[in-house]
Structure formats: structure tokens, C-alpha cells
Design a protein around this ligand. Structure first.
Ligand SMILES: *[C@@H]1O[C@H](CO)[C@@H](O)[C@H](O)[C@H]1NC(C)=O
Ligand SMILES: *[C@@H]1O[C@H](CO)[C@@H](O)[C@H](O)[C@H]1NC(C)=O
Ligand SMILES: *[C@@H]1O[C@H](CO)[C@@H](O)[C@H](O)[C@H]1NC(C)=O
Length: 294
């Protein structure tokens, strides 16, 4: 029920800004043209839903990809990078823009360098959100339930364990954050990290069973600091589970994986977010591995 309400709020904002998107379509770069006249309902500050801000440039050059795409890994197409021999896997779940986003793959490669086998599954089944005005966000999202995506991730985790991975961590961004929270309510993984999540509600935190790190942005209007602190409070009451919460100063929604690469502060913030995530996984996945070897 709470999730539905959250989704409806999201939809209301998107619907309110849909008209603007059409008007902006023929503008130059056009995405941040100030809205005029004002729509009936207040749009997000940029005139666009923050989850859809700063969409990835799919042909952006971020350097060579270290990994490859495999077509059936636990039933999912996945980008895989790093060494299987590490015996530790991290699954990264994308935002609405899917597993092809160059910056997400760059993050996966960098996490792999920290000693992990990293897998980025295509949980949107070749159908990422594309800013196509013919298919508004609220129509698109109906086909992409995060709860279902969490279920579809379980065979991937099973496949990783079958291949000898002694520990599996899962990180997620925006929509992927909700997917990861659903997985954290099971005992499938060793630890989870969510960055600027969307659709996550306070009640979710009462069901979390795995160590969870939450990375929020001070300027995130989807999951603002107030909501992150409510998550933290709910986790404090949930004494089964270790948790760590950090709010990044001046960071907008999307700061960890859809940052502006020409803005040194945004790049630094994204790097810090990645480092925090790796530290959390090091704490729970590497320790677990040593424990297993004893
Ligand atoms: C954009 O421009 C094209 C060609 O000038 C026109 O056919 C189309 O209707 C315009 N779209 C919008 C949303 O204004
Ligand atoms: C997208 O990336 C390509 C390749 O780096 C670049 O040539 C292009 O200008 C970029 N497009 C935008 C809109 O930034
Ligand atoms: C990205 O950052 C650069 C440098 O701060 C700035 O000039 C540019 O306007 C920013 N782009 C966007 C889309 O915010």
C-alpha cells in the first residue's frame, strides 16, 4: 500500500512534467528549459522528475570496458567484469536507464578492481526507460516491478553460488535500490548497499535481514535526508541488522551513477559513494570469505 502511494506521487510529478517534455523535444539540448507557463501541478524543480534527470549518454566514452556481456546467467543477460577466482561476487542493479549505461559499467569495472567478480544484470529485459515521449514514464514503469525483479535475481545468485562464490553482495541505484531492499528481506546475500533509492518506504526497513548501507544525497528530493533518517530510525529498532547511513553534502538524486562528468565536485562525490559501497562489501564479504576458509 505504502509503495503504491509512493509510486502514485512519483507518477503525479512525471505526468505533470510530461507536457513540458513534449514542448522541450525540439529545443536545443532542451532538457532544462524553464517551464512556461507553469503546469497545473508543481513539477520537480528542474521541471522534470529527478529520477529521470541527467539521463545517461549511451555513446559516452568512459574508456574501454573491462568486462563482457553474457546472454544467460541465471536466466538474465548480464555485464560481467572481474575475476571469478576472487570467490566473492557483487551484483549491481541499475536505475531506470538499465545495464548499458556507460558510467554504471565503469563503476562495475572499478569495483571489480577491488577484488570482486561483478555482475550487472539486465533486469529491465532490454527495455530501459528511454525518455521517449510516446511512452511516458508511468506507462513504462507498469511493466517493471522492482519486487518481480528481485525474484528474477534469485536464480542469478544461485548460479553465482554454484560457481563457487562463497559470498554475494548486492548494490542498487534508484529503482535498483528498491530491488535490493526486497532482496535484503531474504537470506540470499551477505550485505547490501542502496544509493539514492526510489520507491523504498520506511516500513521496508523493519523487514531487512542483512547488513545494509544507505547512501543518500543532501539535495535528493526523491529520498531526501529526512526520509533517510526515518529509514535509519526504523533500522535502529530492527536490532537484527547492522546498518550505516551517510548523506553526501550538496548531492542531488542520481549522484552515485548519473553524475555530471565535467563537474569535479560531482565526480568526487560519485567516487566517494563507490568507495563507501566497496568498504561495506569488504567488511561483510571479505570477512565472510576468511571465515569460510578457516
Ligand atoms: C518537432 O519538429 C518537427 C519538425 O519541425 C515537427 O514535425 C514536430 O511536430 C515537432 N515536435 C514537437 C513536440 O514540437
Ligand atoms: C555523448 O557521447 C559522445 C561520445 O563521447 C559525444 O560525442 C556526444 O557529444 C555525447 N552527447 C551528449 C549529448 O553529450
Ligand atoms: C556539468 O558541469 C559543468 C562544469 O561545472 C557545467 O558547466 C555544466 O553546465 C554541467 N552540465 C549539466 C548538464 O548540469
Amino acid at each position: 500500500m505504502a509503495l503504491l502511494r509512493c509510486l502514485l506521487v512519483v507518477l503525479a510529478v512525471v505526468v505533470a512534467s510530461a507536457g513540458l517534455d513534449l514542448a522541450e523535444e525540439n529545443g536545443s539540448a532542451g532538457r532544462h528549459v524553464s517551464p512556461s507557463p507553469a503546469p497545473a501541478r508543481a513539477p520537480a524543480p528542474s521541471g522534470k522528475h529527478p529520477c529521470l534527470d541527467n539521463s545517461p549518454n549511451m555513446s559516452e566514452k568512459t574508456g574501454e570496458e573491462a568486462g563482457e556481456v553474457v546472454h544467460d546467467y541465471g536466466g538474465l543477460q548480464c555485464y560481467v567484469t572481474g575475476s571469478r577466482r576472487s570467490g566473492r561476487a557483487i551484483i549491481l542493479v541499475s536505475d531506470y536507464y538499465g545495464f548499458r549505461a556507460p558510467k554504471l559499467r565503469q563503476i562495475a569495472d572499478k569495483v571489480a578492481y577491488s577484488g570482486y567478480y561483478v555482475v550487472v544484470p539486465d533486469l529491465l529485459y532490454g527495455d530501459p526507460y528511454t525518455d521517449d515521449p510516446a511512452r511516458p514514464f508511468w506507462v513504462w514503469i507498469m511493466a517493471h516491478s522492482p519486487e518481480e525483479a528481485a525474484e528474477k535475481t534469485k536464480p542469478l545468485i544461485a548460479a553465482l553460488k554454484k560457481e563457487g562464490m562463497s559470498s554475494v553482495g548486492v548494490g542498487g541505484y534508484c529503482w535498483g535500490g528498491k530491488v535490493v531492499v526486497e532482496l535484503s528481506k531474504t537470506e540470499e546475500t551477505q550485505a547490501v548497499v542502496i544509493s539514492h533509492p526510489s520507491l523504498v518506504v520506511v516500513h521496508d526497513m523493519t523487514e531487512v535481514k542483512r547488513p545494509i548501507e544507505i547512501l543518500g544525497g543532501e539535495r535528493d528530493t526523491i529520498t531526501p535526508p529526512l526520509l533517510v533518517h526515518q529509514f535509519e530510525h526504523a533500522l535502529d529498532q530492527n536490532n537484527r541488522v547492522d546498518h550505516f547511513v551517510k548523506i553526501f553534502p550538496k548531492a542531488p538524486h542520481g549522484f552515485a551513477c548519473r553524475y555530471n562528468a565535467s563537474d569535479p565536485f560531482a565526480v568526487k562525490t560519485a567516487e566517494e559513494a563507490r568507495a563507501e559501497m566497496v568498504q561495506w562489501f569488504d567488511k561483510y564479504l571479505k570477512q565472510h570469505r576468511e571465515f569460510q576458509l578457516q
